[in-house]
Design a protein around this ligand. Structure first.
Ligand code: HEM
Length: 402
């Protein structure tokens, strides 16, 4: 079977494909032009081991065969390729340490009232649009809530926030094609570069109380970050800060509508929200796969060879539905315990923004259910469209009647 994660049928429902891979082809090797061989892992144990396997590196350069980021690549493109998420070892620790402090549960808790205020404002927009028969959860609510919060943390002006999302939306589609995608989408890439440069220049000339200004001030191991490193950090945090949580809210609400019994339980007892958000993360997989790993040495897994320098792709969404790890894995159960899902990854690259995503998810979903006692789809279920980017699993639109 050839894996076509972007085929419309698979985007609509990837889980039968994932089940097939888990059972029959747990190390699914694909040759991708200009990228090379990629091995897709789909079983829970394999995916969770991959996160902590010292034979796998996040950065291509860490393989140590001299084939890191290509030399011909213009340096302006480096912020998209060399960042915390593609760094290993000490280089990764250095970058992560600089921003970690802004994402601790305590610091995130301090943002609660700002998050609540944005949620209330967007619920008003939903209500207004609903009265005109055109409420749409993604555009009115699921996207603007996380986009506004991470943008405020980073000091991005309100008028620039939507424009950044339009660029990342395209970037995510191009990212499926690896480095060649950046070149193919040159216009989009150039706009992103100039957006990032403008953010750095503005904060350098007029520092504020935001995270970017703090980064420009910060000393890491006695060294300052270069402008490219700051640009890479802005890009990663802004992108990861909203292109993920939007899908927790969108896919999460859809999953609840698909399971009226679970929705009724949560409406009746909003204190179930902690477990509900964990289960929505597992079941609805806002992030479908992680950034590729690179084999530092040749090894065998389930009878398949993974050769030094080749890519390994852990499919979180497949692992999170593995019946070896979860009873009734394909069913939503908001009271599931234990729930050791892999939605935020594991190990040293474990999601930095998990406390923020969890807080936004809990507050937003409970507030939505409180404000609108009846929610239903405004279009037939089969007509919903999914975004074309294999890294994430997200709806283009979720039209609702409230
Ligand atoms: C529901 C929402 C989210 C999900 C499902 C999610 C998922 C993930 C996953 C699976 C990883 C691991 C990537 C890897 O191992 O290659 C990750 C890393 C990361 N996430 Fe999230 N994320 C979410 C929200 C956020 C938010 C709100 C932020 C805020 C800035 C964020 C920032 C990051 C960063 C910076 C990393 C890289 C950490 C590192 O390399 O050490 N994420 N996320």
């Amino acid at each position: 079977m050839k894996l076509k994660l972007n085929a419309p049928r698979v985007r609509r429902d990837p889980y039968p494909t994932f089940a097939h891979l888990r059972e029959h082809d747990p190390v699914h090797r694909v040759y991708r032009p200009m990228i090379g061989v990629v091995s897709y892992l789909s079983r829970y144990d394999d995916v969770s081991n991959a996160f902590r396997d010292p034979r796998l590196a996040n950065g291509r350069a860490s393989v140590g065969d001299g084939k890191g980021t290509p030399k011909w690549l213009p340096s302006s493109l480096r912020p998209f390729i060399d960042s915390m998420i593609t760094a290993d070892g000490a280089a990764h620790r250095r970058l992560r340490a600089l921003v970690q402090v802004a994402f601790t549960p305590r610091r995130i808790e301090a943002l609660r009232s700002s998050v609540e205020a944005v949620i209330e404002e967007r619920l008003d927009v939903l209500a207004t649009n609903a009265s005109r028969g055109r409420a749409e959860l993604i555009e009115d609510f699921a996207l603007p809530v996380p986009l506004r919060i991470i943008s405020e943390m980073m000091g991005v002006r309100e008028e620039d926030q939507r424009g950044f999302h339009t660029l990342t939306n395209r970037f995510m589609e191009l990212a499926d094609k690896g480095i060649p995608g950046l070149v193919m989408g040159a216009r989009n890439t150039i706009k992103l570069i100039s957006f990032l440069r403008r953010q750095v220049a503005e904060k350098r000339s007029r520092p504020g109380s935001d995270l970017v200004s703090a980064l420009l001030q910060a000393e890491a191991d006695g060294e300052r970050l270069t402008d490219d490193e700051v640009a890479a950090m802005i890009f990663l945090l802004l992108l990861a800060g909203h292109e993920t949580t939007v899908n927790l809210l969108g896919n999460g609400v859809l999953a609840l509508l698909d399971h009226p019994g679970e929705l009724a339980k949560l409406r009746e007892d909003p204190t179930l929200i902690d477990g509900a958000v964990e289960e929505l993360l597992r079941y609805a997989n806002p992030v479908s796969q992680v950034s590729p790993r690179h084999a530092r040495e040749t090894f065998e897994l389930h009878g398949r060879m993974i050769r030094r320098g080749e890519m390994v792709m852990p499919l979180i969404a497949a692992a999170n539905r593995d019946p070896r790890a979860f009873e009734r894995a394909d069913q939503l159960d908001i009271t599931r315990t234990p729930n050791r899902h892999l939605a935020f990854g594991l190990g040293v690259h474990y999601c930095l923004g998990a406390p923020l995503a969890r807080m936004e998810g809990k507050l937003a979903i409970n507030a939505l259910l409180r404000r609108f006692p009846e929610i239903e789809l405004r279009v037939p279920r089969g007509r919903l469209q999914w975004r074309r980017a294999s890294l994430i699993r997200g709806l283009r639109e979720l039209p609702l009647r409230l």
